[in-house]
Design a protein. Sequence first.
Length: 393
Amino acid sequence: MMKLERFRILDGQKLRYGYTTGSCAAAAAKAAAFMLLSGKETNEVRLVTPAGIPLTLEVLDVTRTVSSVSCAIRKDAGDDPDATDGALVYAEVCFREEAGVFIEGGQGVGRVTKPGLDQMVGNAAINSVPRKMITEALTEVWEAFREKDASGKEGKKGLEVMIRIPGGEELAKKTFNPKLGIVGGISVLGTTGIVTPMSEEALLATIRTEIQMRRAEGLPILPMAPGNYGRAFFQEKYGFSLDLAVETSNFIADALGMAVSQGFSKILFIGHIGKLIKVAGGIRNTHSKYGDHRMEILLQITEEVLPGKLSQKDREKMQEAVSMDEAIRLLKEKGLDENVLREVTKRVKRHLEEFAGGDVQVETVIFSNIYGVLGSTEQVEAYMEELKAYEEA
């Protein structure tokens, strides 16, 4: 496999860039088209990505038939933890009687089943930029041979390409595709053609796409959650599925801003106390690299709501607690939990609405796997009922 020898420094580490499935598909298509039109073999292909970075990639597993050529490019994600790293992306190119380039997805390429994504429902999940890259690559080869009477080209006006990714259906289980309603395989993605290692931008782009999809589906209220935590609990307690919830990961403020920009004015935010206690302290991104401060925030709220109720020994115990569940247990022992958690819930709601900006109402549920619901705002159950009615409609 040929590697892209470009690097970035992140947290003091030298990390190598990679290239996207879109670049692989375009490069494979270009190589297959060249071999089809020229009748020659090639073991490498050059492609300039939308980022302006040129790639020279090894061409693998060439197969010829009477009317087509197929070959593969191996995906290299660099030092990014990408589920598709090492996958073979195949392109099979043949002539067509109609002018232009026709692109389709085959084995291992997902198919869109829900609105709001880059491609229409029913299309192969080959996004717009990769489609443009493939089209430009094939057009470049076609134009280069336009004046030649290449074998099999006479009377033909265009090219057709089938993209396939063996094993893509299994790989898709490690991606967001099942939740996005993309079935049967992975997506062919990439806006720059280059994979930035450890890219937060990629996760934010996924969150934005999921919010856009929920908007296209017509949800009256956007449910959001940092992760899958509590899925079974909410199904059992409320009969409410978290399947519709957009996962924000640690990017809580960013995700709320995206939701408002998409036109949502009602949001139901469901989260574990371990994440949302940070929000109660005004922390916009809950990743530990931006600071933990969970116990400090809980202690500060306790002292403000119930001044003097904690002894020095109590405060030390809470500061040493290894989890929020343990800290809540200590508050329960003192009979302080209800007042403190009521204030925590108010502050979480206030900060979530501040993060979102604009004219938006955020209702929230804070829970613990051990203690269940610790706090909820006034309209939570009404929001859940409205969402359940939407699901049943």
